[in-house]
Design a protein around this ligand. Structure first.
Ligand SMILES: NC(=O)c1ccc[n+]([C@@H]2O[C@H](COP(=O)([O-])OP(=O)(O)OC[C@H]3O[C@@H](n4cnc5c(N)ncnc54)[C@H](O)[C@@H]3O)[C@@H](O)[C@H]2O)c1
Length: 307
């Protein structure tokens, strides 16, 4: 089956979430363009257990569809049969929303030939959902997990997907960030490596291949950088600086020396301390010699502080 054929039936799980909504936007745009160029009636199942999140998704997609059409009016005018920018934006929005099928049950995504998973970062939940999908979807369906940290081989094995699942890890926000980490498990379906490269090109992304180790490249660095910054901040406190001063100094050092848009503690706030903690908890058993754990983060999260 070609990529265009697969793009006729696609699903995003967790479509109302931070990552899922961005992934849905990227796919919806691409599937709408495919429909305008080649006809057909592609279906994008946007699945989430929270119906209210799907209402928000629809509004987000409407606004983004209009913006996209206004920016790309030269390319779209022939496809949409008008060069009036307002009309063109309204038509593109209508076409994009016609591709979208918001659903709240897993059964509804069974026609999908590519399923993108962006639900909570929880091993047992992801295994349960992939195991159900294995029985619900056709045997030629491919699965793409946005997991930040769970080894893909482990998910493949526990859900019995026989190499039909890869890690396709978008960065936040997916519609803006250019990089996608591609994690191929040791036993991967032979069609997937090339399909993933073609898919990334279609979505305008640059593939960064990563080994299948917990945390992969991005979070492998982020977690270790974060823990190092916490240790250094604790050392500064012993030298007489206050908690706030120590955190501020380490944040500035991380931002200025590493020439990054955000310092390390700003990044932890942006991602969420609870997310930081859960990624550490998933990675820690895979690296027993490292102790990837922070009492400071545990204490803050247990008091409800997420950033
Ligand atoms: N937030 C980030 O910066 C970031 C970056 C890269 C990857 N990720 C990964 O992406 C995934 C999603 O993270 P997020 O930050 O978007 O989380 P989120 O909490 O914003 O979204 C998760 C969504 O999944 C939905 N959901 C929960 N259980 C579900 C189920 N059983 N079926 C369908 N939907 C379900 C929730 O209702 C929610 O809308 C995680 O694996 C995370 O590690 C997150």
């Amino acid at each position: 089956m070609t990529l265009d054929e697969r793009l006729q039936n696609v699903a995003v799980l967790g479509a109302g979430g931070k990552m899922g909504s961005g992934i849905t936007l990227l796919l919806a745009r691409e599937m709408t363009l495919l429909k305008l160029r080649a006809g057909g009636s592609p279906r994008l199942f946007a699945m989430d257990v929270r119906p209210e999140a799907l209402d928000g998704l629809r509004q987000y997609l409407s606004g983004q569809a209009r913006k996209f059409a206004q920016k790309n009016s030269e390319t779209l005018k022939d496809l949409l049969g008008t060069d009036d920018v307002d009309q063109l934006a309204a038509r593109f929005e209508q076409e994009l929303l016609s591709v979208l099928e918001p659903v709240t049950s897993l059964e509804a995504v069974s026609p999908a030939r590519m399923v993108f998973e962006a639900i909570l970062e929880n091993v047992d939940l992801k295994v349960k959902v992939f195991s159900q999908l294995r029985d619900l979807c056709s045997e030629d369906t491919f699965f793409f997990s946005n997991t930040s940290s769970i080894p893909i081989g482990l998910l493949n094995e526990r859900a019995g997907l026989g190499g039909r699942l890869v890690g396709f890890h978008f960065y936040n926000p997916p519609a803006v960030q250019k990089l996608v980490e591609l994690i191929l498990p040791a036993q991967v379906h032979p069609e997937l490596p090339e399909l993933c490269q073609a898919l990334a090109r279609r979505l305008g992304k640059i593939v960064i291949p990563s080994n299948d180790v917990a945390g992969f490249i991005g979070n492998g660095h982020f977690m270790r950088d974060g823990l190092h910054a916490i240790q250094e901040a604790e050392r500064l406190q012993k030298e007489g600086f206050s908690f706030q001063q120590s955190i501020y100094m380490m944040n500035r050092v991380a931002q200025d020396f590493l020439i990054r848009p955000m310092g390390i503690f700003q990044l932890m706030d942006y991602v969420g301390l609870d997310v930081f903690q859960s990624i550490l908890a998933i990675m820690n058993p895979h690296f027993p010699e490292e102790n990837l754990h922070s009492e400071l983060i545990d204490g803050l999260v247990s008091r409800g502080v997420k950033g």
